[in-house]
Design a protein around this ligand. Structure first.
Ligand code: FDA
Length: 394
């Protein structure tokens, strides 16, 4: 009678950014690693990221650029595997890169290079990769995890949950990480769409006529503010400034837009002195895209030349343009969210190793965990850093 196959040292579920990195690190440390994904190919989100060029890290990575119920949790992993460390790996594979803006690093060529690099690193560690295998059972007994996937059973003393979050379900994203986490005693922080366009209705819906107009703004919500472009869409608001602020926005809250962040606070009063014959519409058209200028002018409803308008009226208009309020009715949801905020509660995990405090041998990494980065390469950096932390502990 043939003896049962020797168990692996670790089974990693999910061959996305975090799973591939973790498998490579553990494999290169001599661990026997099985990496399983239900998708036909690994790293699908990497391939579509950054418009196909993968914004693979951000040189300004710091813990305060992440949301989590425990804002200190990400600190340890991020400090032990930095943006520079990932960049060194990228360069060692001869991948050309550039900084686009705000510290965001992209491939010059294609995101495919990042997936190829991670697969090469996995091959160096003799990682066994099985794609197209739905996981039908996971259990734990006698110190071993047993995973049934694609009709084959495998066992290992360590299991890594790297199946990401449910954003963009049509790409195969699932909430499987939460199901597994709960089953093994981990708590879940309510998952919600983040880095997501916001929707408008009621009086705000009039702005949907501006669909396609983009302009640099400062978008604020509570104490957070982002200075980037906002884009009007046929459903509401998008663009980097809005995606960023969406991660902090909660139902019922306003977001505030400063349309003219580079203008002096009293710019309309100055314009009144320097160009008294100009209209509000004309000066707005000078500073903003024409369609937006006209829409704002119509809402401000200040007819006539600046010289004939009171300082009080112009002061109020200036203040409104610097703090234009919207009350979004919602977001475009997981279907359009770049990431999921919330997820496996960090309380149940070691910040050094990502191992469960309750069940030794169980790990959770990447987007599955309640750590969510800003737009601009921060989420991949968390995937790499948390994966590395676990990979070194396996
Ligand atoms: P990821 O989602 O990458 O991987 C999870 C893996 O688990 C997938 O391969 C999936 O198939 C598999 N899986 C899921 N359920 C399973 C199950 N039940 N059984 C087996 N396998 C299962 N970030 C950034 O920093 N820079 C960027 O440029 C972008 N761009 C971007 C664009 C778009 C359109 C999206 C949607 C997202 C981004 N992101 C990004 C975010 C980034 O893609 C994301 O944070 C990381 O991919 C998270 O890595 P993970 O490995 O944790 O999950």
């Amino acid at each position: 009678m043939p003896s049962p196959p020797a168990p692996y040292d670790a089974i990693i579920l999910g061959a996305g950014a975090a799973g591939l990195m973790c498998a490579a690190v553990a494999g290169q440390r001599g661990r026997r690693v099985l990496l399983i994904d239900h998708a036909e190919a690994p790293g699908k989100k990497i391939l579509i990221s950054g418009g196909g060029r993968c914004n693979f890290t951000n040189i300004h990575t710091a813990p305060d650029r992440y949301l989590s119920q425990n804002p200190h949790f990400a600190r340890s992993a991020l400090s032990r595997y930095t943006a520079q460390d990932f960049l060194a790996l990228v360069e060692s594979h001869g991948i050309a890169w550039h900084e686009k803006t705000l510290g965001q690093l992209f491939c010059d060529g294609s995101a495919r290079q990042i997936v190829a690099m991670l697969l090469e690193e996995c091959a160096k560690g003799a990682v066994e990769l099985r794609c197209g295998q739905g996981v039908s059972e996971v259990d734990h007994a006698d110190g071993l995890f047993r995973v049934l996937a694609g009709g084959q059973s495998a066992t290992a003393p360590a299991l890594v949950i790297a199946t990401g979050g449910p954003s963009i379900p049509k790409m195969g994203a699932t909430g499987f990480a939460y199901e597994l986490g709960r089953r093994f005693g981990l708590k879940i922080v309510q998952p919600r769409p983040a880095l997501v366009p916001l929707t408008l209705s009621g009086a705000d819906a009039l702005f949907r006529d501006l669909s396609g107009v983009s302009t640099p703004v400062v978008a604020r919500c509570g104490k957070m503010a982002f200075r980037e472009a906002a884009l009007f869409t046929h459903r509401g608001l998008s663009g980097p400034a809005i995606l960023q602020i969406s991660s902090y926005w909660k139902h019922g809250e306003d977001i505030a837009i400063d349309y003219l962040p580079d203008h002096a606070a009293d710019w309309l009063l100055i314009a009144k002195r320097t160009s008294p014959r100009a209209t509000v519409r004309r000066v707005l058209r000078h500073a903003l895209p024409e369609r937006l200028a006209d829409a704002l002018d119509a809402r401000l409803a200040l007819a006539g030349d600046l010289g004939n308008l009171s300082d009080r009226a112009l002061g109020a208009a200036q203040a409104r343009l610097a703090d234009w309020r919207f009350t979004p009715t919602g977001s475009e949801g997981f279907a359009k969210a770049e990431v999921t905020a919330g997820g496996i509660d960090t309380d149940g995990l070691s910040s050094r190793t990502m191992e469960s405090r309750r069940l030794p041998g169980l790990y959770a990494i990447g987007e599955a965990v309640d750590v969510t980065g800003w737009l601009g390469g921060y989420n991949f950096q968390w995937a790499w850093a948390s994966a590395r932390a676990a990979g070194e502990a396996l």
